[in-house]
Design a protein around this ligand. Sequence first.
Ligand code: GAL
Length: 646
Amino acid sequence: MKLGVCYYPEHWPEAMWAEDAKRMAEIGITQVRIGEFAWSRIEPTPGTFEWGWLDRAIESLHQNGLHIVLGTPTATPPKWLIDAHPDVLAVDAHGRPRHFGSRRHYCFSSLTYRAECARIVEVLARRYGNHPAIVAWQTDNEYGCHDTIISYSTSARAAFRVWLAAKYTKIEALNQAWGNVFWSMEYRSFEEIDPPVETVTEANPAHRQDWARFASDEVAAFDRVQTDILRAHSPGKDVLHNYMGMFTAFDHFKLGEQLDVAAWDSYPLGFLEQAWWPDATKERFLRQGHPDFTAFHHDLYRGVGRGRWQVIEQQPGPVNWAPWNPAPLPGMVRAWTWEALAHGAECVSYFRWRQAPFAQEQMHAGLLRPDSAEAEAAREARQVAAELQAVTGAITIQAPVALLFDYEAIWANQIQPQGRDYRGLELLIHFYSAARRLGLSVDVVHPSADLGGYQLILCPLQIFWPEGLSAKIKASGAACVLGPRAGSKTQDFQIPANLAPGLAQELIPLVVNRVESLRPGHVEQAGPYRVTRWLEHIQTDLVPEAKTASGHGIWYHADKVDYLACWPDAALLDAVLRRRCETLGIAALDLPDGLRLRQRGEFMFALNYEAEAVNLGDHVPEADRFDYVIGGPSLAAAGVAAWRIT
Ligand code: GAL
């Protein structure tokens, strides 16, 4: 477990670098990420490289014992490159090229740009690949940030046609799979197919789903150019990429397969402000962030990184990019840091070292103020650094609960929500919260993952039900909870011949006859449960565990499987999971919204997301007798405790 920081030596006079490095080390920081936007300084004009400054910046960090993650600068192609090769620019839905003057203006499918990236990455990797201070490479920066996965360029269109031809071989197969006989949408060759954009009304959902799959594959192919070069010239060093929160436009599991470490950028307050929660929730957690949102992403990226992950950008104070940007509660930066470590992070790295007084992010806090005095977060980072020895040797172990996460299902749900507020990510986090309220640790995994060893498997949004998944779940011996829409589409985006839940009928004998989505404010009462947004009409011989006043079953159970035929409220999810925990013999707690637990190896961590103190003993049996290594049973606002499990 270690602490890091993101640093931009090119933003500061060289005379400051040595002192900066010394102060980082003095705080307890051991990893520094640099370089990811520095192309215009590394190669100011085509083919002319200025290595001196970067050599000296790396040296000053190295001399202070700091390890370096070197970023490839491909998120920011410089002006000369764009002017020389305008085809590098991404193209928006109206056919307009994006403009130079910020970042991420490139198109993933541009072969010209891939060649330029290969060129700059190769010179960097050759120069620094075996430098003792470089421990890892970061490819690019936040693929997709600012909504940049999709580009309607001519290169993307050409690549899409090639991708489709490889997938379907014959155009007849594509017409069949997409159902193109509908509305005379049939094609005679792959060359006739365009991206699904600017159609009069919605484009064919199967066309859109394949476009989303294609765009996602393009990200991995783009990245692959860099990872191959880095592996050739910098053997033995980790390669990582920094993913984002609340971002699902490409398949992170697929990209993760070609990387060593998953990193992500955690900005709890900005995310809370941007997310779907009601104003009262946003107000309550204004300075803390949502208690499950950040943790969910930690568990997701642990899955994406196959166990190896870090937070490479951690919010240190107010950010600049949300509609409103409050300051964290005193102690919250420390709490976020400990939360990531509790979930298994190898490193938590603050963004950024010193607040920049110029350009786009001048209102974004750092560990230091622009005048180099310490900001609040520096003190909290120092405190964590001093506390780290208390939990050495904590190895993350498999959680009892697996939550299946499938990016393809999220796209399918966006393409055909059927009800405007059926938000996939929200439903996934809703299920996750229910498990966390019971005090359970959760692994977020891809449906192709090995499910052996889990006791409970949650499938909140498994719209495509892969062949073999039912058998794998049965073989695991785990109990399983299926959310609505499970198995409701074939891979071709069609209704399965045996109707929903399609192949999941191997797990539970029921059929979805009809679905209805419900406008905001409409509630179907089902005993103690409130059904909103979505209700399925089920045909089955099973007797429902709960039903609406109008007689529609909303919860069915058979053997080890539960099926929820509605958008469940928190009470229904609690009841289902609690019942399953009882039958499985898993001890379930009843935690208040702001109190969360997480196990890492032999240590259990507690985190208080409330703005008031919480007494652990009120919620966790025997809390007064634990062997605490951090804190104790009384948790202040933003408080952290950790104890050794006996
Ligand atoms: C991230 C990005 C950083 C910086 C930061 C500000 O999305 O990777 O470069 O912009 O946000 O919060």
